[in-house]
Design a protein around this ligand. Sequence first.
Ligand code: ARG
Length: 459
Amino acid sequence: TSNQMWGGRFAAGPDAIMEAINASIGFDKRLAAQDIAGSRAHAAMLAATGIVEPSDAEAMREGLLTVLSEIEGGTFEFSTALEDIHMNVEARLKTLIGEPAGRLHTGRSRNDQVATDFKLWVRDQLDAAEAQLLALLRALLAQAEAGADWVMPGFTHLQTAQPVTWGHHMMAYVEMFGRDLSRVRDARVRMNESPLGAAALAGTGFPIDRHMTAAALGFDRPAANSLDAVSDRDFALEFLSVASISAVHLSRMAEELVIWSSAQFRFVTLSDRFSTGSSIMPQKKNPDAAELIRAKIGRIFGANVALTLVMKGLPLAYSKDMQEDKEQVFDAADNWLLALAAMEGMVRDMSANVPALEAAAASGFSTATDLADWLVRELNLPFREAHHVTGALVALAEKKGCDLPDLSLSDMTSVHDGITGAVFDVLGVHNSVASRTSYGGTAPDQVRTQIARWKEILG
Ligand code: ARG
């Protein structure tokens, strides 16, 4: 049998393989609520503009609400033959209300519908991501506040570089996830234009009111070009880009948690709630959540690449290629939101091992830069010479198998005779971090200033 939507032109129905490659209902049923919201807005507008009778619009409204409750209640029967969510909803509406259902599609097309539904769905995900990022930022701030003056090693090349504070390290992630938050908000503003009423591609002669449907669906305005309205998937690409960058941040932090929770580091203890055990090794406590978060970038960035390649080279306006947009975005959104939630839980629950952090901060000649700075400040050495003198002292300490503060004053003066006992003051890690008072530096007071600023931003 030929298709009930376009059977007029067709003598035969599709081959089973055609149906299999063509149908999107298996995944776009996730757009049901958005699809019905779009149809309700369109129906109300058709009545307000006199394009359909108010009684017909009322029948559409009631029928659409019934369809929605059937879908939400799990009693709706989705049909692959009806291809996608738009036609499944409309066909059911026809069964429920008869003839007026056939008037709903006046002045719109499935191309408008899919772009509208998908935008509404992505917009919801941006809102969910905003809420989840805010929760993560609050968890990081709580950690930063608790440990604004705990010292730990700061690394470059994963080699001990200089002491920093735990609070400072946590606040570095606050900056990163804070930029993710701002990207989420920017993307939402840019995408919030309604495609509905593009009427496939060229607009329509019916006196539709696109401003009315845009407002009803919470869009800021209708999209200004009907060709662009139905072919734009920038909003999905931008969503995936924002998610990808955020997933990079999640992955970097997850990697640190994996390292920090190892027996060799012992910087943090992850909670039982966010760890797993081993089926064979009774002592094990594994950071699986962190590892999975670290991995999520693979599928999220994969989706970003996949949709970029789908869109590349598509002529205007709609092409069926664009049906390949949804599964990528669905999967990326699900996994990004889950990773954000898991990271929030891990950060909230984890406890820092303060003595281990401090011991690690004091090892590995971490205050060598403080020593060089002291030589510049107190002995007026050029920095390059101070660097050289300090390097010689590090080599001496290494030869003696000790750290810089363990050298004697005569060891020190054997390398440079101007050095006095006052130098030992700057070799302690607490003095070191306290001295880093430049804006954005690791000194506890600077960290507290940034914590206060962020608390104000987050309200
Ligand atoms: N299922 C389609 C999609 O996801 C809906 C739009 C179909 N439009 C069309 N002209 N065939 O993109």
